[in-house]
Design a binder for this molecule. Structure first.
Ligand SMILES: C[S@@+](CC[C@H](N)C(=O)[O-])C[C@H]1O[C@@H](n2cnc3c(N)ncnc32)[C@H](O)[C@@H]1O
Length: 219
């Protein structure tokens, strides 16, 4: 699905479709680099829950580099879930039927299967701040100490912020005032309050960051 409607509550980038599979230009650019990081940070035999899976291409890329993992995609958008389902056949039996998870909903995690890691890429800047809050809350509810939430996307870092990320922030806010490139410190503080420590930060191409939040022992 391609949405150019500024009032569309769900952000969907330009996509093309073949046989139900949608293709995202940004996923084509960044999926290999992200899969390389996921290869290192996901535990063996992990059952991975992905939030806002979009086309489903990242799930395939990650499962191809890690034949031991199982992946649970999700998205509130029905066309995206159909694409995730179509892409799942590329990886034999290790990508589950997608869930309709919407992180603006409190307690979204209540009926989610047991999970060992949560992955959320390019979502928290293109949805309300409530989604970031509920990502941290859901991570705290679903994960055990030592388990991780992985996020990927652009961030603001005060004067160090890349001009391209400032321009992207303006663009997002013009489309929806509830969206925007998030302050890195605010996201770290959110996860800290939910019981996570920033275990790793990896600078990625095009001024994006991979962040690995690890659930701490009970404080
Ligand atoms: C820019 S796309 C990123 C898709 C994919 N993660 C990627 O990196 O290619 C943003 C995704 O966030 C999803 N999304 C938007 N609002 C959401 C919400 N409230 N809860 C969960 N996902 C949401 C959209 O449906 C869309 O698939």
């Amino acid at each position: 699905m391609t949405s150019s409607d500024p009032n569309d509550p769900i952000a969907l980038e330009a996509r093309t479709a073949t046989d139900g599979r949608l293709f995202s230009p940004s996923a084509a650019r960044n999926r290999a680099a992200i899969a390389d990081v996921l290869d290192v940070v996901l535990p063996r035999q992990a059952r991975v829950l992905e939030i806002g899976s979009g086309t489903g291409e990242h799930a395939v890329a990650a499962c191809e580099v890690r034949p031991d993992i199982h992946w649970q995609p999700s998205d509130p958008d029905a066309d995206s879930r159909a694409s995730q389902q179509a892409w799942a056949s590329a990886v034999d039996g290790r990508i589950a039927a997608p869930l309709a998870l919407d992180l603006t909903q409190d307690h979204w995690w209540q009926d989610v299967p047991e999970t060992d890691a949560i992955v959320c890429m390019n979502v928290i800047h293109i949805s309300p701040w409530r989604v970031a809050e509920n990502l941290a809350a859901g991570g705290a509810a679903l994960l055990k100490p030592g388990q991780r939430v992985f996020t990927y996307g652009p961030y603001k870092e005060g004067e160090k912020t890349a001009p391209s990320n400032l321009a992207f922030d303006e663009n997002l806010k013009s489309r929806n005032p509830d969206w925007g490139v998030r302050d890195l410190d605010a996201v770290i503080a959110l996860f800290d309050a939910a019981g996570f420590v920033l275990e790793r930060r990896i600078d990625m191409p095009a001024n994006n960051l991979s962040l690995v939040f690890e659930k701490a022992e009970s404080r």
